[in-house]
Design a protein around this ligand. Structure first.
Ligand code: FAD
Length: 426
């Protein structure tokens, strides 16, 4: 958009955001680095930008404490904020803005297919099953449907083809890690006293930090992994941390990539013959289906949803969730890689760490805090329904129709972990 001298963009790196849960070091580094690049891009395009850094002496470290001095210093006459993704943040912004006494307005985040009001309306009374919600969105946005609104290929769902174990063939491609030196930013974060977990990887930081890099990650996924995504979607392996997954959740959740951009790229690959229909459908289902679905549930059911504990689970999460110090091979592997990368793929989150916490009866508040902290893509709107709902069944079946509770036979069937495990899976 054209620069306007009457408009000031404000970005804040505040302790209220770094401290509400203990985050993975790469998550804090990645978010601040991406914010800084975004601020610089706006400034280069001629916009006025005020970026309050974590080390800024003026920083009062929350929205409500920074806003009064900003209003005074810059003589604001009107405030606007982009719809927050988390309930907690929206509350904080609402309070801060209301206290300002200035006219204010909330604008759409424009980063989902459904507007939030539309999503909330769909989930307000009854939660539809994901499958029907997804079909409806396929028809509404005309994605892989024919002129009569029938699914391409005649079926809506190719999940039965997506259950293969991975034995090393085809080889799993390495993700296009960027490896840049961010140790100065990491020192600044540490000097501010922010407490984190996991490896900072500050001298070889890998995740994408702007739209160009995020687009390169998307292109890399389409070229090298999409065609195998569906087949090995449910696989687990000692020999690959990332298999054929996209690694796009951080870029999507921080709005460096738009979900439509990702869906369009997949549909184009299908049209070019670069992947088959089950692969394309399996992937589109994650973005158009699951991602939009959990967001709808979150906004329709918060804040009560965040307190649900239908199974009355009370046990403390074992200490080795924080250091991977367990002889169970699958859990060691999933937790160690989470600490190293700030990432584990869906089946590791659901059927390894989540499954264990569920069958051990761990307190969903603790489980939620762990998931919300450890993953680079973790923001409450998506983390909470996946953890408390899909994985821990603490919502009594709002997100999923059954608890994902499995014995080690499942792990032995889907992975190679049990072969090297200290324990006998039987
Ligand atoms: P891929 O497997 O390649 O999938 C592609 C994309 O589909 C993802 O990037 C994501 O945007 C979307 N997607 C896939 N599954 C889901 C889902 N169940 N819900 C919403 N979107 C989905 N996802 C997050 O983005 N943030 C979280 O904090 C988060 N917490 C989770 C906690 C638990 C206990 C579980 C079981 C799942 C969680 N997920 C979360 C969903 C999913 O595991 C991640 O989106 C996925 O692992 C991200 O990696 P990827 O980009 O390689 O995904």
């Amino acid at each position: 958009d054209e620069a306007d001298d009457d408009v000031l963009y404000v970005l804040m790196e505040v302790r209220s955001e770094t401290d509400y849960v203990r985050h993975h070091a790469q998550k804090v580094i990645g978010l601040f680095a991406a914010m800084r690049q975004f601020g610089e891009t706006l400034a280069k395009a001629g916009h006025r930008v005020e970026h309050i850094r974590i080390s800024d002496a003026r920083n009062r470290h929350s929205f409500s404490d920074n806003l009064p001095w900003l209003i005074k210093e810059f003589k604001f006459t009107r405030l606007e904020y982009m719809e927050a993704d988390e309930w907690r943040v929206e509350q904080a912004l609402n309070e801060a803005f209301a206290a300002s006494g200035l006219p204010n307005v909330v604008v759409s985040a424009e980063h989902f297919l459904l507007e939030r009001v539309d999503a909330v309306e769909r989930f307000a009374k009854k939660v539809p099953r994901m499958e029907f919600f997804y079909r409806d969105l396929r028809r509404r946005f005309r994605i892989m449907v024919d002129a009569d609104d029938k699914p391409l290929g005649g079926k809506w769902n190719y999940d039965v083809l997506n259950r293969e174990k991975w034995l090393g063939d085809p080889p799993a491609p390495v993700w296009p890690w960027n490896k840049r030196d961010l140790h100065e930013l990491w020192s600044e974060i540490q000097a501010a006293g922010v407490e984190t977990m996991g490896e900072p990887s500050d001298r070889a930081f890998g995740w994408p930090l702007n739209q160009t890099e995020a687009k390169a990650w998307l292109d890399d996924f389409i070229a090298h992994r999409l065609r195998f995504f569906g087949r090995f979607q449910d696989a687990l392996s000692e020999h690959s941390t990332t298999l054929f997954h996209a690694g796009l959740s951080f870029a999507l959740n921080t709005k460096m990539l738009h979900p439509c951009e990702v869906i369009d790229a997949v549909v184009s690959a299908l049209e070019r013959g670069d992947c088959d229909l089950p692969a394309a459908e399996g992937f589109v289902r994650q973005i158009l289906g699951w991602r939009e679905y959990v967001r709808g549930i979150y906004w329709a059911r918060m804040p009560a949803y965040g307190r649900l504990n239908i199974l009355g689970a009370k046990r403390t999460l074992p200490a080795w969730y924080w250091n991977a110090d367990t002889r169970m091979a699958c859990l060691h592997s999933a937790i160690r890689q989470s600490l190293e990368l700030g990432y584990a793929h869906h089946i590791q989150r659901l059927m390894v760490t989540g499954n264990f916490a569920l069958i051990a009866g761990c307190d969903p508040d603790e489980v939620d805090r762990w998931y919300l902290g450890i993953y680079i893509d973790a923001f409450e709107w998506v983390e909470l329904p996946n953890t408390r709902g899909m994985s821990q069944f603490a919502d009594g079946g709002i997100v999923g129709s059954k608890p994902y509770a499995a014995s080690a036979s499942y792990i032995a069937r889907q992975s190679d972990h049990c072969k090297t495990c200290y324990y006998n899976h039987r």
